[in-house]
Ligand binder design. Structure first.
Ligand SMILES: [Fe+2]
Length: 282
């Protein structure tokens, strides 16, 4: 069993969203996504996947406005379920709660569902195909977009009643809108990510440790798209888990390439990719 999200690999781990209607969003992540509530206050709600660690923070502030179209930011965050049975069970659950904006694809390396939260943030729910079955074109992972076999998955999941998101679920990858693919790639290369796949010159997929992708990036909101304003809802920041012993080298590389970052609490570092997506490295 491969593990592409272990502590020795740089990978995304947490998401923080700016939200307008905290109650409505909390209800969605509780009832539809089955995330576990960790903290609730008047302006902030924190969810966990495993019941212990923070995963998704929703925060609100007066003056937040809906994000405008054609900006950089979040395309989707993608939670990786422990098994195919869990994916089937999750589809059955979505049918039971009456969620009706479901999309799905078989990517060869993974099987994925796509949904939107009430404030239009994209969410992918997926399970991985074993790495031994992945195909490659030269040294790039081959990812396809084929119909998802809903019937088979729903059948597989029928004996596994959904009782909240399984505790071994993790943030598998994040997919971002950027303004310029090569500019973004150069930045993420500096941190330590490698290009593993491309899609018709409009999307790049990057990872560490040979995963099919920890980060996707695309220019589907337009080349040269601007970053959203401070008050626009959507992605506030995401976190990257960085092995402690590598942080120093990464900061040196960022310095050398002229990227700006700020030291935060206890060895945490805040930076932005060139498309304006904020990252907390910890
Ligand atoms: Fe994705």
């Amino acid at each position: 069993m491969y593990n592409f999200h272990n502590d020795g690999l740089i990978h995304p781990e947490e998401i923080v969203l700016k939200v307008i209607d905290l109650n409505k969003m909390t209800k969605f992540y509780d009832e539809v996504m089955g995330f576990k509530l960790l903290e609730v206050s008047a302006d902030k709600v924190v969810f966990s996947l495993d019941g212990k660690n923070k995963f998704l923070t929703l925060r609100t502030e007066s003056g937040f406005v809906p994000k405008s179209r054609g900006k950089t930011g979040l395309y989707h965050f993608a939670i990786l379920l422990p098994s195919r049975e869990d994916l089937g069970s999750f589809i059955n659950h979505l049918v039971n709660v009456g969620y009706d904006r479901l999309g799905g694809s078989n990517h060869g390396v993974s099987e994925a569902l796509y949904i939107q939260d009430p404030e239009d943030n994209g969410i992918e729910i997926y399970s991985d195909v074993d790495k031994d079955k992945w195909e490659y074109n030269d040294d790039h992972v081959k990812m396809v977009t084929e119909p998802l076999n809903y019937r088979q998955l729903m059948d597989l999941g029928k004996d596994k009643e959904f009782k909240g998101i399984p505790k071994d679920t993790i943030l598998g990858h994040i997919h971002l809108h950027v303004d310029d693919l090569d500019k973004a790639l150069k930045f993420y290369n500096t941190i330590g990510f490698n290009l593993v796949s491309t899609l018709a010159g409009s999307a790049y997929f990057i990872s560490t440790g040979g995963y099919h992708h920890h980060i996707g990036m695309n220019v589907w909101n337009g080349r040269g798209a601007k970053a959203p304003g401070e008050k626009e809802s959507g992605l506030d920041y995401y976190t990257l888990r960085v092995p402690k012993e590598r942080m120093g080298k990464i900061l040196e590389a960022l310095d050398e390439a002229g990227y700006i970052y700020e030291k935060h609490l206890e060895g945490e570092v805040i930076t932005k990719d060139p498309a304006g997506n904020t990252i907390l490295m910890k």
